[in-house]
Design a protein around this ligand. Structure first.
Ligand SMILES: CC(C)(COP(=O)(O)OP(=O)(O)OC[C@H]1O[C@@H](n2cnc3c(N)ncnc32)[C@H](O)[C@@H]1OP(=O)(O)O)[C@@H](O)C(=O)NCCC(=O)NCCS
Length: 146
């Protein structure tokens, strides 16, 4: 199964599937229009994980010089815990070897994601109280590459 998963930059044809994936897993989406605009951006890059024509995950990052921020990160529930998230995350640094620092915001209750980030060497640097619409706090995490 793992060898069938490919990681590549997003194409226009992927956007519909990404929106569906976000709606299903995150309950909200960046939306077709925003994603289409980001295709032409120099500072924002999205990668998808695919099996054949099916998009099973994606990650988006904003980057400036040697710093990056993760914007969105989702793996289809049927394909989680198989290392796909790890491959998507690793692709960011692979394409930006000069990267020194990466940050993100995550819901305080999101155990899966927190496990993922702590396993990958992130530390908590801030808490944004009641940051989300539902009143939940956001944790700000950071990883430094040495
Ligand atoms: C976070 C997410 C993208 C990880 O993707 P994934 O493909 O499942 O991740 P991987 O298989 O590469 O897992 C790597 C590590 O993540 C953590 N992890 C992943 N799924 C987990 C789970 N169900 N329970 C606990 N830890 C989990 C573990 O530390 C795991 O390492 P291990 O398998 O050696 O224990 C995925 O869980 C997801 O899409 N969640 C819903 C959307 C979301 O919350 N996105 C993040 C928003 S900030």
């Amino acid at each position: 199964m793992k060898s069938m998963v490919k990681i590549r930059k997003i194409l226009k044809k992927d956007i519909k599937q990404i929106v569906l994936l976000e709606e299903e897993l995150l309950g909200e989406t960046l939306g077709v229009e925003l994603l289409e605009n980001e295709l032409n951006s120099n500072i924002t890059t999205f990668y998808v994980a695919t099996i054949g024509d099916k998009v099973v995950g994606y990650i988006g990052r904003y980057a400036y010089i040697d710093e990056a921020e993760i914007l969105n990160f989702v793996v289809d529930a049927n394909y989680q815990r198989q290392g796909i998230g790890q491959r998507l995350f690793d692709k960011i640094k692979e394409d930006l070897p000069q990267l020194k620092k990466i940050t993100l915001e995550v819901k305080a209750s999101n155990t899966k994601a927190l496990n993922f980030y702590y396993k990958n060497g992130f530390t908590k640097i801030d808490v944004r109280k009641k940051y989300y619409k539902d009143g939940e706090d956001a944790l700000v995490l950071m990883k430094e590459y040495v």
